[in-house]
Design a protein around this ligand. Structure first.
Ligand SMILES: Cc1cc2nc3c(=O)[nH]c(=O)nc-3n(C[C@H](O)[C@H](O)[C@H](O)COP(=O)(O)OP(=O)(O)OC[C@H]3O[C@@H](n4cnc5c(N)ncnc54)[C@H](O)[C@@H]3O)c2cc1C
Length: 389
C-alpha cells in the first residue's frame, strides 16, 4: 500500500543514459519512481537529431539486450563490431578477437551517446521530473531520504539513487589522475570501415578506431598537452598525426569532422551504498577511462541489477532501508573487476620501457595463438568483465 509520508519509492537524481535506464527498467515494478534531471527534454520522442556533439559509444552485445528489454533499441542506428584488432606501437604482437570466437553475430555495436540517452529517456517518459537535486539527508527514524530540489521544494523518497554522473562528489571518492585527455572525432579513410574495431596501445595512451556507418569514430587518448595541440591543429596536421600513430592498416586518413576532447580520470566510490537509503550507479559510482569501452556498459548493468534487486527484495526491504547495503554487496565484484582491469590496461600499456613493450608483445602474440584465451577475452567484451567462462 502507498505510504502517504513519502512522495516516491525511488527517486533517481540524474537522467543520463544510466538513470533513464533504471527508470525504464522500473516502469512495471509497481513502485512510484521519478527521474529528476534539469536537462530532460520536454518531448522525449527520439528523433535522431540530437543537438549534443557526437560521442561514440561501443555497446556490448549484452547491453543491447538490456536496451531491447525496455524498448529502447529499435530507435537506434548502430554499427556492428564483428572483430577487434589489438596492437601496440613500438613493439611486436597483435591479436584479432572475432565475434565467431563466442558464437554471437557481433561483439558489440557502435552508436552515438545522445540518441542512446534519448531513447532511454523516452522509455522512462512516465517518470520524468524536470528538476535538479541540490541536497539530501537520510532520516533514519522516518524511514526516508529528504531531498531538496533546486526550486526550493522538498520531497521524500524511500531510496535515493545518485545517477548524476559524479556531480554529487562528496566523501568516499577515490581519484586517479591519468594526465590524459581523449580526442574524439569522426574520420574517413581510404578503405571504408568494415566491421573491425582497432585498438592500438601507444605509450601516450590508447587509440581506438570504431566502425561507425562507413566511417570510423576515433577515441584517441593522449597526454593532455598533446590533446590541446591536436584539437587546435589544422585538419591536415591532425590527419597526418593520426596516420603516424595508427599506420596504414585502413589506408590513408582522408577527412576529419568536428573534434572534441574529454579529460580522463578514474573516480570511484569504494561502495555503491553512499548512505543507508542512498546508492550511486553509473558514472556517479565509477567514472572509468574509456580504454576498454566499459563505462556505460557497466552503468547499464548497475541500473538493471538495481531494478532486479528491488524486485527480489520487495517492498518490506525497501521500507526497512535494507536495499542500499545489499545492492552494494551484490555489485561489488563486477564493479571492482571493471575498475581494476580498466585501470590496469591503462597503466600496463602506458609503461614506456623496451622490456615492458616486449612483455606486452608476448602477451598479445600468446593471445593470438590460443583460441581459448581469445574466447575468454571475447566473452568479457560481450558480457562484461565478470562474465562466467
Ligand atoms: C571519450 C569517452 C568515450 C567513451 N566510450 C565509451 C564506450 O565506448 N563504451 C562505454 O560503455 N562507455 C564509454 N564511455 C563512458 C560513458 O560515456 C559513460 O559511462 C556514461 O555516459 C555515463 O552515463 P551516466 O548516465 O552515468 O552519467 P551522465 O551521462 O554524466 O549523466 C548524468 C546526468 O545527471 C544529471 N545531473 C547532474 N547533476 C544532477 C543533479 N544534482 N540533479 C539531477 N540531475 C543531475 C546531468 O544533467 C546528466 O543528465 C566513454 C566516455 C568517454 C569520456
Amino acid at each position: 500500500m502507498r505510504d502517504s509520508r513519502v512522495d516516491f519509492d525511488v527517486l533517481i537524481a540524474g537522467g543520463g543514459p544510466v538513470g533513464a535506464a533504471l527508470a525504464a527498467a522500473l516502469r512495471d515494478a509497481g513502485l512510484v519512481a521519478a527521474l529528476a534531471d534539469p536537462g530532460l527534454p520536454a518531448d522525449t520522442q527520439p528523433d535522431g537529431a540530437a543537438a549534443a556533439p557526437f560521442r561514440p559509444i561501443a555497446l556490448s552485445h549484452a547491453s543491447t539486450l538490456l536496451l531491447e528489454r525496455v524498448g529502447a533499441l529499435d530507435a537506434l542506428s548502430l554499427t556492428p563490431i564483428r572483430a577487434i584488432h589489438v596492437s601496440q606501437t613500438g613493439g611486436f604482437g597483435r591479436t584479432l578477437i572475432e565475434a565467431r570466437d563466442v558464437g554471437v553475430p557481433a561483439l558489440g555495436w557502435v552508436g552515438d551517446l545522445a540518441p542512446i540517452a534519448e531513447a532511454l529517456q523516452h522509455a522512462a517518459r512516465s517518470a520524468l521530473l524536470a528538476a535538479r537535486v541540490t541536497r539530501w539527508e537520510s532520516e533514519r527514524e522516518d524511514g526516508a531520504v529528504r531531498v531538496r530540489l533546486a526550486d526550493g521544494r522538498f520531497v521524500r523518497a524511500r531510496l535515493l539513487v545518485l545517477a548524476d554522473g559524479g556531480g554529487s562528489a562528496g566523501d568516499g571518492l577515490s581519484l586517479r589522475e591519468y594526465g590524459q585527455a581523449a580526442v574524439v572525432a569522426q574520420v574517413r579513410t581510404e578503405r571504408p570501415a568494415a566491421g573491425v574495431a582497432w585498438e592500438r596501445f601507444t605509450t601516450g595512451g590508447p587509440l581506438a578506431l570504431l566502425p561507425f556507418a562507413d566511417r570510423y569514430a576515433v577515441v584517441w587518448s593522449m597526454r593532455t598537452a598533446r590533446a590541446r595541440e591536436l584539437l587546435a591543429a589544422p585538419d591536415a596536421a591532425f590527419l597526418a598525426a593520426l596516420g603516424e600513430c595508427f599506420g596504414r592498416r585502413v589506408g590513408r586518413f582522408t577527412e576529419v569532422g568536428a573534434r572534441v576532447s574529454f579529460p580522463l580520470t578514474l573516480r570511484f566510490r569504494r561502495a555503491a551504498a553512499v548512505a543507508p537509503r542512498v546508492v550511486a550507479i553509473g558514472n556517479a559510482a565509477q567514472t572509468l577511462h574509456p580504454v576498454a569501452g566499459q563505462g556505460l556498459n557497466l552503468g547499464l548493468r548497475d541500473a538493471f541489477e538495481l531494478a532486479a534487486h528491488l524486485d527480489r527484495a520487495g517492498r518490506p526491504a525497501l521500507e526497512r532501508g535494507e536495499v542500499a547495503a545489499s545492492y552494494a554487496a551484490q555489485r561489488r565484484a563486477d564493479r571492482y573487476a571493471s575498475i581494476g582491469i580498466t585501470d590496469g590496461l591503462v597503466r600496463v600499456f602506458g609503461l614506456d620501457h623496451p622490456l615492458a613493450a616486449a612483455a606486452r608483445g608476448l602477451g598479445l602474440a600468446a593471445l593470438d595463438l590460443a583460441p581459448p584465451a581469445r574466447r575468454f577475452f571475447a566473452r568479457r567484451f560481450v558480457f562484461g568483465l565478470r562474465a562466467l567462462p
